[in-house]
Design a protein around this ligand. Structure first.
Ligand SMILES: NC(=O)c1ccc[n+]([C@@H]2O[C@H](COP(=O)([O-])OP(=O)(O)OC[C@H]3O[C@@H](n4cnc5c(N)ncnc54)[C@H](O)[C@@H]3O)[C@@H](O)[C@H]2O)c1
Length: 352
């Protein structure tokens, strides 16, 4: 493996915009990885990425990057519909794969990804950052030590005012609307916490375009709710919407027989600022940055990106095994469940 010469994991990233920067900064922070190369079809995105991260090589065609470079791991940071193609090509070239959420836009593609990774003896690592968010790790510890008794009900949501990515507007590119794009995080966390012993799945969503609450230009839903009933009686409610102004709003609540845990992942900063002029940045997706705000301290850490990439690098170095919630098969289960929620919303039937 190429790590032998430098001692560092050699990384290539496909896609050079928003998610790519989350990965690049997180790899840098591990100090155990070397960002070697990046590929994007957008020349301007490549130039901006290069100026921020100083990679050795850039490519407009990711398959050239895979052919020419000796890379231990590839981060897949392209739009959803390309995840399976890029991940499969990378796995076939012998690199381990970190794949952004959702693992794929269809269950069939996700199954193929898991199969090809296994056939090529490489790791398929599913980048669900919530599993590594420090507040959720602490909440899970409190739950596991019995701090709120037995868990009865989990309510979790991600919401903001609409994806920045042009690809998120088309069903063909995204695989759905707010549920597959945002709800995937609370759902991924719920499955990693509660397991997948689900008895029934129900769902309700807006209908896309003119049937949306706000976003007529989005083919997928801009509001969606999934309810999972577990065989032991527990209930998990997953919500995702694009109708929340004021910055990303990620909340998890756990209701137990003897207590409650509330986690505010994005709006609960200990920092409070009043600025007449306005700040450069407060919290992801916030458009108004003047007046009173609660700026995030460090979203790489608080949203789990840093911990997630650290874990993946340690897995590639053989120091640990992939943890539950971020294995390829966990990403597959999340897609299966999202599709069951969509199916239930469409047909009005409970699935399973
Ligand atoms: N975990 C998270 O919190 C999180 C946050 C944001 C995005 N994401 C995920 O990351 C992925 C990328 O999202 P983004 O927000 O960075 O989108 P984006 O639109 O900002 O960037 C996608 C990039 O991929 C490039 N691209 C498109 N086709 C390509 C190809 N064939 N080869 C190489 N590059 C290509 C585009 O030119 C663009 O620069 C999505 O799947 C999204 O769901 C995850």
């Amino acid at each position: 493996m190429s790590t032998e010469s430098s001692g560092k994991v050699k990384v290539g990233i496909v896609g050079a915009k928003f998610a790519a920067k989350l990965h690049a900064e997180s790899y840098k922070r591990t100090q155990k990885a070397q960002l070697v190369s990046v590929a994007d079809i957008d020349e301007e995105a490549l130039e901006l990425f290069q100026s921020d991260f100083d990679v050795e090589t850039t490519y407009s065609d990711y398959s050239d990057m895979l052919k020419n470079e000796d890379l231990d791991v590839i981060s897949v940071c392209v739009p959803n519909f390309l995840h399976s193609e890029v991940a499969i090509t990378a796995a076939q070239s012998g690199s381990h794969v970190v794949c952004e959420k959702p693992l794929a836009t269809t269950v069939e593609d996700a199954e193929r990804m898991v199969k090809v990774a296994s056939e090529n003896d490489v790791k398929l690592m599913y980048a669900e950052d919530w599993v590594f968010a420090p507040a959720l790790i602490r909440a899970t510890e409190i739950l596991n030590e019995g701090g709120i008794g037995d868990l009865l009900y989990l309510r979790a949501k991600e919401s903001h005012s609409g994806s920045h990515s042009i690809y998120a507007k088309k069903l063909e590119y995204c695989g759905g609307g707010s549920l597959i794009h945002l709800g995937i995080h609370p759902l991924g966390f719920a499955l990693s916490l509660l397991g997948d012993n689900i008895e029934s799945v129900t769902g309700v969503t807006t209908g896309g375009q003119a049937d949306n609450l706000l976003h007529g230009d989005f083919e997928g839903e801009d509001w969606g709710l999934g309810v999972l009933k577990y065989s032991d009686g527990k209930v998990a409610q997953i919500e995702a919407n694009y109708v929340t102004q004021g910055g990303m709003d990620d909340v998890v609540e756990m209701f137990g027989t003897d207590g409650v845990i509330k986690v505010d992942l994005t709006q609960g900063s200990p920092l409070r600022v009043f600025s007449q002029k306005g700040l450069d940045y407060t919290v992801e997706k916030a458009k108004v940055k003047s007046g009173w705000s609660f700026p995030a301290i460090d979203e790489y850490s608080s949203l789990g990106y840093q911990g997630e990439i650290e874990h993946f690098v340690n897995c590639v170095l053989g120091k640990t095994d992939l943890q539950k919630g971020v294995r390829g098969e966990d990403g597959l289960k999340v897609i299966e469940t999202i599709k069951e929620i969509y199916n239930a919303a469409e047909t009005g039937d409970q699935s399973i």
